[in-house]
Design a binder for this molecule. Structure first.
Ligand SMILES: Nc1ncnc2c1ncn2[C@@H]1O[C@H](COP(=O)(O)OP(=O)(O)OP(=O)(O)O)[C@@H](O)[C@H]1O
Length: 255
């Protein structure tokens, strides 16, 4: 579980995050949504430790970020898996080498133990048989699977995903979303996903934090989004006519 308390972060005197308080439970897919420029990336980077907040705290299963020593921070970094926008894989490496990369960097394992772990996660993401292919030979959806396999190979407690299904067709995007959701539940990972995708919100948004101008304007689940009368979130999510109709049908109990 990650608890966030009164988080402030700004740049050159301009506040971007303005006192965010929320929490993200283990085993759940937690989503951060909001308009462009609302502070989602700054928030995600603050959670990962790439930005140092001016005020507030981030508590990782009881460990307060501001109270950790160097060794504790190093330990925490090893418990974090990341899936970046665009996958951020190494083109010059095979699938297997990409997945083993974190193990080579952080774990003292024999080649055969690394291979065993890589194969286990590649199996989990349905990529067995692609071990020796180069990233450039894979489709976008397969590349995301490799990125997910690499993110979970160290058995992370926390998984951060930045726009994990950007650039994918809607069907593949939902498959990738559901894969992340299943893995999150299976391994009881605390997963936080930064997304623009309303399908993801509806499909896997077990907890949604909606940011507006650096402030948490709403939080709740995908089911609650249908019922809420919070104007900010309704206007954001139901900006399309289709979603407006779906919401109305849900409220009228015709779906
Ligand atoms: N390193 C930085 N230095 C200065 N300003 C920054 C920096 N990073 C982000 N900002 C500013 O913080 C604000 C929020 O940016 P952020 O990237 O978090 O938005 P976002 O919600 O992720 O947007 P998008 O959906 O377009 O990715 C923007 O006004 C941006 O210019």
């Amino acid at each position: 579980m990650i608890e966030v308390k009164g988080l402030y972060k700004g740049f050159n005197g301009v506040e971007v995050l303005k006192g965010i308080t929320t929490s993200f439970e283990a085993g759940k897919t937690n989503l951060i949504i909001g308009q462009s420029g609302s502070g989602k990336t700054v928030f995600l980077k603050s959670l990962i430790g790439l930005h140092i907040p001016e005020q507030g705290s981030i508590i990782f299963d009881g460990r307060v970020n501001t109270e950790m020593n160097t060794e504790q921070k190093r330990q925490l970094r090893q418990e974090i898996g990341m899936v970046f926008q665009g996958s951020a894989l190494f083109d010059s490496m095979t699938v297997e080498e990409n997945v083993m990369f974190p193990l080579k960097m952080f774990a003292k394992l024999s080649k055969s133990d690394m291979l065993e772990k890589a194969n286990a996660v590649l199996k989990r993401v349905d990529l067995i048989g692609s071990n020796l292919k180069y990233v450039s030979e894979l489709s976008g959806g397969m590349q995301k699977r490799v990125a997910i396999a690499r993110a979970i190979v160290m058995n992370p407690k926390y998984l951060f995903c930045d726009e994990p299904n950007s650039g994918l067709d809607p069907q593949t995007a939902i498959i990738i979303d559901n894969l992340i959701k299943e893995i999150t539940e299976e391994y009881q990972i605390t997963t936080v996903i930064n997304t623009h995708d309303m399908n993801s919100v509806m499909e896997i948004g077990e907890k949604i934090v909606f940011l507006k101008d650096g402030v948490k304007a709403w939080e709740g689940s995908n089911k609650e989004i249908f019922k809420t009368d919070n104007e900010a979130i309704v206007n954001f999510v139901y900006s399309s006519n289709l979603f407006k109709k779906v919401r109305q049908a849900y409220l009228n109990e015709t779906i």
